[in-house]
Structures are given as C-alpha cells and as structure tokens.
Design a protein around this ligand. Structure first.
Ligand code: MN
Length: 732
C-alpha cells in the first residue's frame, strides 16, 4: 500500500497544515501553549501513522482539520485544540486514556473520554432517538467542549464525505440533518449549522441541491444589481449619520431555500427571500441598542416595513444568545426584502457562537469561556427556554416530546415520542392500521413495532389478510390506536369464534361426540373455559388444542359417543364425500365446504406442483409433489390422493424462506434488503444473518405470491456481488 502514495510530499503537507493551525491559534498564545499543542500533534501523528482515511489521505489530516475548525469556526483555544488533535487516538489506536492523562492532565483526558464514548454509543448505533441523543450529550459531557469538538469532527467528516460508500453517506448525512445541525443551531453556531445543513442536503438529495445551486448561480447578477440599487439610499443616509457600518446582501443557504420550498409547497422562483440585506454597524457597547434602532429608522425612511414581521432580538435575545433586529420592507419593485440590523459584536456571536466573541475581544480567559459553557449547559438542560423558537423550526424537536413524521406525499403528522409504525398507520386511518403488516421508513422495511423518529417518511404496507392482534396493544402508544385496536379485537373475536365453531362441530363429529348440552359442559370444564364463545374463539386462534379432546375422550368416559364405526369405514366415507364434491381441488378459490390445510412439512406456495392427501381428522392436507413424504404417501395410499392445482385469480401472500450464503461485506445486508424492498408485492417477515470468519449465512422469510415471483427475486438477489448461493428452505 505504502508505495502507492508519495509519502515525502505528504509529510510536507502535514507540516504545512500543522503550521497553519499554529498560526490561527497564535494571536494571543503564550509559548507554553504552543508547546502543549506541539506535544499533542506529535502524539497524534505517531499514533495515527500508517493509517489512512477512506479517501486515501493520511489519517492525521483529519484531527488537524478538526482542530482548525475548532479554532477558526468555533473560536475555542488551547485545551480544545489539544483535544481535537487527540480526539480519535483512544478510540482508534493503542494510546490509552491514562497515557493522555499523564501527559496532558485531567481536563484533557476527561474531554477525550467523553468524545470516545459519544462515538462509541452514537456512531455505531443505527438509530438513536433525538431525546436520547440529548440526554447522552448531557450525561457524557461534563464539559461542553466535548459537544463542540464533536460538532467540529462531524463538520469535517461531512466536508470529506465524498469517498464514503453510498449507504454510509446516506446514514451520516441524515443524522447530520436531524441531530447535529439542530444542535449547532441550538448552541448558536449559525455558520456551522448552515454548513452542516447544506452538506447534509447535498448528500441526501443531490439532485435537489444541484438544481437550487444552479438556479442561484444563474440569478446572481440580477440579484446583485437589485441589492446595489436597494442599498444605495440606505448607504448614503448612513454615511451622513456618521455611523460606521457594512451593508451587504446575504444569500440564504441552499438548505433553507429548499426548506421554504418544501414547507410552502412553492417552486424556487417563488421564494421571495432568497437573500436578506444585512447592516452591520460598529457600535460602542452602551450605545448598541440606540444605534441599531437609528439604522432601522433610516431603512424605513426609504422603504415601508411590514409591521407583522418586525423581530426585536436585541431587547430580548434568543435563548442561544442570538441578538439582531429583523424587519421586512417593501422594495420599489413590489418585492418584500428582509433587512437584518446588528452590531459587529452581535454578528460575531451569530456566526460563531459566544466563544468567538470572547476570543476576539481578547478576554479569552478561562473564566469567560466557563461562563459561556455554563450558559450552554443551562440551555441544554432547559428545553423550554425559548418556546417560540421551536415553532419556527420543527427540527428542534431535539428538545420536545413530540416527533414529526411524513406521509409518502409529504404530509406532516405529529405523534408523541416513542410512537411506532403501527401508531402512524392508525393515525392515517383505522383500516390502514388494521391491515398494517409493516412499513417502509425512509424506503427501508421496518416492523410494526419500529419506533419512529422525527423526519422519518413512512409508507405503510398493508395486507388484506392482516387482522388486529392482542399484542398490538403493547406496541402502540397513542390513545387513538389503543382504543381502535380494542374495538377491532372485539369484532374479530366474534368473527373468529364463528370459524372456531365450524372446526369444533367437525371435531365433535370426527370423535363421535354428541353435541349435547351435557357433553359441551364437560368439554368446557375440561378446558377450564367459561363459555362456548371463548372455546370457539380459542380453537380458531390456536390457543386451545382441540386434538387433546381425543385423549380426554379416551381416558375419561364422561362423554357420550355416537355409535362406534370402524376407521376404515370412516375413511372410505370421507374419501367418497370429497370425491363427490370435486375431482380436483382448486386452491385459493372459494371452496368453503372443503376443508384443506397446507402441510407444514413442505410449506407449498402458489406455483408449486401440489397434491391433496385426505386425512381422517384434519381434512385434506396439501403437499408439494417433491415433498420428502410424497412418494411414500402416493405409493401406500393412492386412493386418498386428490389432485390439486392453484387458482390464478386470487392474490394471497405465502410465507417462503431463502437461505443465502456468501462472502461477508459491510454493505451486503443493505443491498439484499434493498433488492427485496424494490420488488413489488414482496414483504419481508424476518431476516437473520450470521457471519463466521468472513463467510456469512442468512435466512430471510418473505411473503410472496407464487413461485414465479419468488424465482424472480432469487435471480435478482443472485446478481448481488458477494452472494454465492441461494436456496429455498422450509418455513418452520
Ligand atoms: Mn474524528
């Protein structure tokens, strides 16, 4: 591997990047600080030596760049730089926390410990709920620098996401959009927040991103001309007022434009506030408010403000420290334009959070930083600190007890936290809930009990054969779903009891038991059940084994029997009854009066060659022609064989199993589920994989319609790289 890279050139590049980091951190650094940063750099360089990132670059580029972000974009200082440089060593290399503590002291060790734990818990788990994420951040991070460095880490990973495998990209990017970006927002790190959002969108919806990017480029010159004309009178007037200022047009981030298009259902062309005008003034700390309002007065001298859209976050700053004065005014061309007025200090805080401000002011003492950290902790601990903010941006649900999910058409549904796919199905419609067998969440198949997260897009999968079940009550959390399921269960019980009654009557006949009141009473006593309804219901849902009745009958003379007949005679009678009704079974067609079952020994599905075998007590059993028992049955009991074929009309789902063998690969399971979920009308019941020494074996249980359908899928699965063998297996 090594010789493929120009390591000499890389060494020069590493030193170059390291020097750039030192320069950024230098402004007010003592030499002691430089020394400790150097030590951290040396340790990281040594520990990561020989390892490379997915892109092929030396691994050390990553911690250096994370440290650079920590300095430039968050404004933290020495301790955080040291931690950023070392953030991956405990997790990925032989360096231990004790090593770190002995060289860099307790604070650095504690922060690195927090960072290691976060990545262990968070990066490895496929889905973590937002609320848990917040709790974890709180418990793991005694020191908020853990969170800030984690954000820098994530930002650099997002900037270098290009070389990751597509499914990993998707996971990391969506996680970024739903957890990290709102967190950055919450902490007042607006520049990082919008960077994370744009990068997140770029990798989750590349086409959307590109379209908006192109449109922004195309409209740039028109926009610049408009902004120049619009700001001209404001600038002239500000010049006369002796306020020193900077006025510029700020284009919105691609993500927030897209967000607006989504929320309002409008095309790019109709987003009126693609840009805002920002007036940043140099102001004396005790004149800030007056100066900002003076600037406001100048702006509104030229343009009429919309009174509904005045936001004064100077008198009452936002919970995360954001201060600014926003107004929307009417331009001469009839377009609304947002104008943001703030001082240089406010602008710094808005872009980089408090830390940048402390740093720029030169008051970068530990106590000032501590003060800021204390503020952030308060904010994390108090979710309701700024309720109005939440309404503005639903993604901030990071701190609420509700989640927001979408229908396939993009309709928003609000559910309580912990709500499952089944809750969602009942939220849509009772019938959808009743027939729900699973769902696709963000295009991936999930079970009924899957806990939804904010931002999930949920497509419910239904089946005509599905019925409400008792244990559903444990899966749902909404009152609506619970009460609907209870009603359905009651209805279902009566319907089921009818089916059970038929079975029961037939059994009585088979066992030659008279259906007398006396006999029924004895049977109920035997099963310890209160009434016939309950018995019939339980027979139908298989919670009572009616065959045990036979044993009871044999051992206990308390039941009155019909005249005993010999078995041979009974069998002949059954065979002739069946033959009298039909000479060929058509499976799947409505043949109520003929009792047949699919034999569990070979689990036939439509399309299989099958035959029926007449049994004495269990009606006709359907076997596959190539069932291991078939030859014996056909040879010895030819007169009991009934021809059978499948109807082509009705579409019922059948359970089939596939055994898959291949060479282990991280993306393989994902590939397999993707192929299955792309195949229409196939639903997965379960999937289990086991991997030993790089060879994996998996079993997938699927609901398919027939063999053709199943073969089709098998062919597609065989094409996946890494899969060596696929076999049909029995379902039990
Ligand atoms: Mn990292």
């Amino acid at each position: 591997m090594e010789q493929e890279f120009d390591t000499a050139k890389e060494r020069v590049e590493i030193i170059k990047r390291y020097r750039a980091l030192l320069r950024s951190s230098k402004s007010k650094k003592k030499s002691a600080d430089s020394l400790i940063i150097r030590k951290a750099f040396d340790m990281a360089l040594e520990a990561h030596s020989g390892t490379r990132r997915k892109s092929g670059e030396p691994y050390i580029y990553h911690p250096i760049e994370v440290a650079q972000i920590v300095v430039d974009e968050i404004g933290l200082s020495t301790t955080s730089i040291v931690c950023a440089l070392l953030h991956d060593v405990v997790e990925d290399t032989d360096v231990t926390l004790d090593d770190i503590e002995s060289i860099f002291g307790e604070t650095v060790a504690r922060i690195i410990d927090g960072l290691t734990k976060i990545s262990q818990v968070f990066d490895q788990t496929s889905s973590i709920q937002a609320e848990n994420f917040r709790k974890m951040l709180l418990t793991l991070s005694d020191d908020v620098r853990v969170i800030l460095i984690k954000l820098a880490d994530r930002l650099h990973n997002m900037r270098t996401l290009g070389s990751m495998a597509p499914h990993k990209k998707q996971k990391i990017a969506s996680e970024t959009l739903f957890l990290y970006a709102p967190l950055a927002h919450r902490l007042g790190l607006y520049a990082i927040k919008s960077d994370l959002e744009d990068l997140g969108l770029k990798h989750t919806e590349p086409e959307v991103y590109e379209t908006i990017e192109t449109k922004l480029k195309k409209t740039k010159s028109v926009r610049t001309r408009f902004i120049n004309q619009f700001t001209l009178p404001i600038k002239r007037s500000l010049d006369e007022s002796e306020i020193s200022y900077d006025v510029k047009g700020r284009t919105k981030s691609i993500y927030s434009i897209w967000n607006k298009m989504q929320k309002k259902g409008i095309p790019f062309e109709e987003v009126y506030d693609v840009f805002a005008i920002r007036v940043v003034i140099d102001s004396n700390p005790n004149k800030e408010k007056a100066d900002c309002w003076q600037a406001y007065s100048i702006v509104t001298d030229f343009y009429t403000p919309n009174p509904d859209r005045l936001r004064d976050w100077i008198s009452t700053p936002k919970g995360n420290g954001y201060e600014s004065l926003h107004t929307t005014v009417m331009s001469p061309t009839g377009k609304w334009v947002e104008v943001q007025i703030r001082t240089k200090r406010m602008d710094d805080i808005a872009e980089k959070g408090f830390a940048a401000h402390w740093k720029n002011k030169g008051s970068g003492t530990e106590s000032a930083l501590d003060e800021w950290i204390r503020k952030i902790r308060e904010m994390l601990e108090n979710p309701n600190i700024d309720a109005v903010d939440f309404v503005d941006d639903f993604k901030l649900n990071l701190f609420t007890k509700e989640i927001f999910v979408f229908t396939p058409k993009g309709e928003l549904k609000t559910l309580p936290a912990n709500a499952t796919t089944l809750d969602f199905a009942f939220e849509i419609h009772t019938q959808v809930g009743e027939k729900c067998i699973g769902a696709k969440v963000n295009h991936k198949l999930v079970p009924l009990s899957y806990q939804l997260k904010s931002g999930d897009q949920v497509e419910i999968i239904t089946s005509k054969k599905q019925k409400a079940k008792e244990d559903w009550l444990k899966i749902v959390v909404t009152g609506k779903a619970k009460s609907k399921i209870k009603i359905l269960l009651k209805d279902g019980k009566r319907t089921l009891a009818k089916i059970g009654e038929t079975i029961f009557q037939r059994k009585l006949k088979n066992y030659k038991i008279q259906p007398s009141e006396e006999n029924i009473k004895a049977i109920l006593e035997f099963y310890e059940l209160p009434n016939l309804l309950e018995l019939n219901y339980r027979i139908a849902n298989d919670t009572v084994d009616i065959t045990t009745l036979k044993k009871h009958v044999q051992e206990n003379g308390s039941l009155k029997f019909d005249e005993p007949k010999n078995v041979e005679k009974t069998l002949k009678q059954i065979v002739s009854t069946v033959r009298g009704k039909t000479d060929q079974l058509v499976l799947g067609e409505n043949m109520d009066d003929i009792d047949y079952k699919f034999s569990p020994c070979c689990s036939p599905i439509p399309g299989d060659d099958v035959f029926g075998f007449i049994t004495i007590n269990e009606g006709i059993k359907i076997h596959r022609v190539n069932c291991p028992n078939a030859t014996q049955l056909m040879a010895n009991y030819a007169y009991r064989i009934v021809q059978a074929k499948w109807t082509s009309q009705e579409s019922i789902s059948f359970l089939a199993g596939l055994n898959i063998k291949g060479i282990d690969d991280v993306g393989l399971v994902n590939e397999i589920t993707k192929v299955i979920s792309n195949q229409s009308k196939i639903n997965m019941q379960s999937i289990s994989f086991e991997s030993i020494d790089g060879v994996f074996e998996g079993k997938i249980m699927l609901f398919v319609q027939d063999t053709k359908h199943l073969n089709n899928l098998t062919e597609k699965l065989k094409k996946i790289e890494g899969i060596h063998n696929i076999e049909r297996v029995d379902t039990n």
